[in-house]
Design a protein around this ligand. Sequence first.
Ligand code: VAH
Length: 313
Amino acid sequence: MERIIITGALGQIGTELTLKLREKYGEENVLPTDIKEPEGEALKGKPFEVLDVRDQERMKALVSEFKPDTMMHMASLLSATAEKNPQFAWEINMGGLVNALETAREFGLKFFTPSSIGAFGPSTPKENTPQVTIQRPTTMYGVNKVAGELLCDYYHEKFGVDTRGVRFPGLISHVKEPGGGTTDYAVEIYFEALRNGRYTSFIDKSTNMDMMYMDDAIDAIIKLMEADPGQLKDRNAFNVSAMSINPEMVANEIRKHIPDFELDYDVDPVRQGIAESWPNAIDSTEAKRQWGFDPRYDLEKMTEVMLEAIRNK
Ligand code: VAH
C-alpha cells in the first residue's frame, strides 16, 4: 500500500484516517474525497476532491488521474440516520459500494471498507459473538452491511479484487463527533462531561455494546491492509473490539476525573431498539490470530485521553 484514495474522508473515521495515512505515506500519496469541501482546519488546503460516491464516472476519473494502488471506501450513512430514510441509505451505502468495487476491479486496486457489529441482529448470539454466526439484522444499516460483506467476498472470489474489511464496534474519538449512530452516546458523554458536568443518555443504563478508541481502529485498518495475503484465511468482516461497555460504566470512569459528573436518561426507543438488536460483546480471536489485531486502549485509558484531549481544545 503506497498511494491511497479515500471516500467519505470527512466522516467520523475518514477524518482521522486521512491524517494518519498522510503522516505515514506522505501527503502527496493520499487523496481524501467527500461529498462536500472540508470546513474544519484539519483537511483544509491540502489535496482534496469533491466526490459523490453515487457518481461512478467521476470516481473512475479521479482514480485514473491520481493512480492510487488502494481505495478505502468509508462513505456511508450510520445506523440511526439510515433508519430515518432507508431508501436513501440503500442508494448511498449499496450504490456507493458497488461503484467503489467496480472502480477497484477496473483499476486493480486493493480495497478496504468497514462493516460493523450492526451486521448482527436479534437472533445472533449476544455474548462472545463468533465471527461466523447468524446474521439476520433488523435495520437498513445492518442489511447494507451484510450485503456489503458478501459483495466484498464475491469481488474477491470472482474477480480477484484484494478486498479486506473488519466489523467495527462503536468508535470513540475527540477529533470528529459522529453523526447519526447508535453508539454516539459514548462520544457525546465525554464532550458533555467537560462542557456541562452532566449528560442525558439516549441509551439505557445497562445496555452493553462493543466499543473501541479511534486510534486502535485506524491502526487496525492499516495493519489489516499491510498484512501479507498469505496470512489471511478470511478477507472481510473480521470481528474487532476493544471493550464491551454501557453508559453507567463510562460514567463511573468519568467520575474518577470529574467526581460530580451526573448522568441521567431519556431513552430514545429507536436507537435503544437498534442497540438491543446488536451483540453485547463480540469475539475478536480471528483478527488477533490472522493479522495481529492488538488494541491498546481499555475504558480506563481511553477515558483519560478523551478527557485530556477535549479539555485541551
Ligand atoms: C453506528 N457507530 O452506531 C455506528 C456503528 C457499531 C455501530 O456501526 O451506526
